[in-house]
Design a binder for this molecule. Structure first.
Ligand code: 3Y8
Ligand code: NAP
Length: 245
């Protein structure tokens, strides 16, 4: 069968896959959730916005005669990954995830691992500190439970509604980031603790290098449960999987 791919994107790896797919002239469409104002341009046809749950995605797969789905979303985009797993099962379409290994604490790192945002907020009990929240904007309201801190918030877009944290500084920046830049950022804002998700990958790792060099503690949020799908770590493995059919 002639492959017709749906790439669920939103990560550095997804963008690299789109590049490789375009170079091989494979028929494909790239999909963004529409979470940020202007997502990066891709070299293949791109759609933006939700599908409408599992049923909407199943319908999309049939209507667009999709033969393969590559879930190259972020490890914390769990709902999209579960929807893709169920929709591909329902539609009889092949599914693979292009994912990236979790970060591991290195010698000298001062990590506190927590299961989710709720545990993160609890871990911030205590006297006021300057806290770097490298979580984007989706989870910010939860931190109002610890209003004593000064939060440094790195967001992809300017906030479109007031931020309910009494003491905060917004830094608008889109990754991928580098260690020198993150060290300068942490020094400029007197960051005392870094909060982040175990995203893995290179595009967000800089802050861990910066924290290590500056000797800052890190609160690391573990990944949510993801579906039992086939997972590969490289673009080459995805391309081999597509043609193996
Ligand atoms: C919309 C699409 C590429 C992709 C780049 C990667 C690297 C830079 C690092 C920090 C951590 C964070 C956040 C982050 C990174 C890459 C990658 C990655 C983290 C874009 C993008 C979309 C999003 C959505 C956005 C979330 C937010 C998360 C910011 C594009 C730029 C914190 C995740 O403001 C918001 O509402 C932002 C929402 C989901 C997490 C959250 O919960 O808020 N990503 N990020 C995708 C869509 O619409 O489908 O514009 O390119 C993609 C990238 N973000 O092609 O180079 O691969 O991880 N993105 C985290 O990792 O913790 C920033 O600040 O150090
Ligand atoms: P999520 O919570 O798993 O998904 C919520 C809903 O958003 C999904 O049910 C789906 O809506 C829609 N959606 C998500 N990803 C989509 C995609 N690639 N194409 C079309 N619809 C999508 O997802 P999220 O955590 O909000 O992440 C949204 C996007 O940002 C994803 O592309 C992800 O790769 C990217 N991203 C997320 C993070 C993060 O920390 N979560 C970090 C970096 C990049 P319907 O149910 O209507 O189909």
């Amino acid at each position: 069968m002639v492959p017709n791919l749906l790439v669920l994107g939103g990560t550095t790896e997804a963008s690299a896959l789109a590049q490789a797919v375009a170079e091989r002239g494979l028929r494909a469409v790239f999909s963004y959730a529409g979470r940020v104002a202007s997502p990066s341009d891709q070299p293949i046809p791109t759609r933006v916005g939700g599908f409408g749950g599992v049923d909407g995605l199943t319908r999309y797969l049939h209507e667009h005669s999709i033969t393969h789905v590559i879930d190259a979303t972020h490890p914390f985009a769990a709902r999209m990954s579960w929807n893709a797993y169920h929709a591909c099962g329902a539609a009889g379409v092949r599914l693979v995830a292009l994912t990236r290994p979790e970060w591991q604490a290195q010698m000298g790192d001062a990590w506190t691992r927590v299961a989710d945002v709720e545990e993160t907020v609890a871990a911030l009990n205590g006297p006021a500190r300057r806290v770097m929240l490298a979580l984007g904007k989706l989870n910010l309201p939860a931190f109002a439970a610890q209003p004593q801190h000064h939060y440094i918030l790195r967001l992809v877009d300017e906030p479109d509604r007031p931020i309910t944290l009494p003491h905060h500084t917004v830094v608008v920046a889109r990754g991928p980031f580098d260690a020198a830049g993150d060290m300068a950022l942490f020094r400029e804002h007197g960051v005392e603790v870094v909060v982040c998700k175990n995203a893995g990958g290179a595009g967000a790792e800089a802050k861990l290098h910066a924290a290590r060099i500056l000797g800052l503690p890190v609160i690391m949020i573990d990944r949510p449960d993801l579906p039992p799908r086939v997972e590969v770590a490289t673009v080459a493995e995805v391309l081999a999987w597509v043609v193996a059919d």
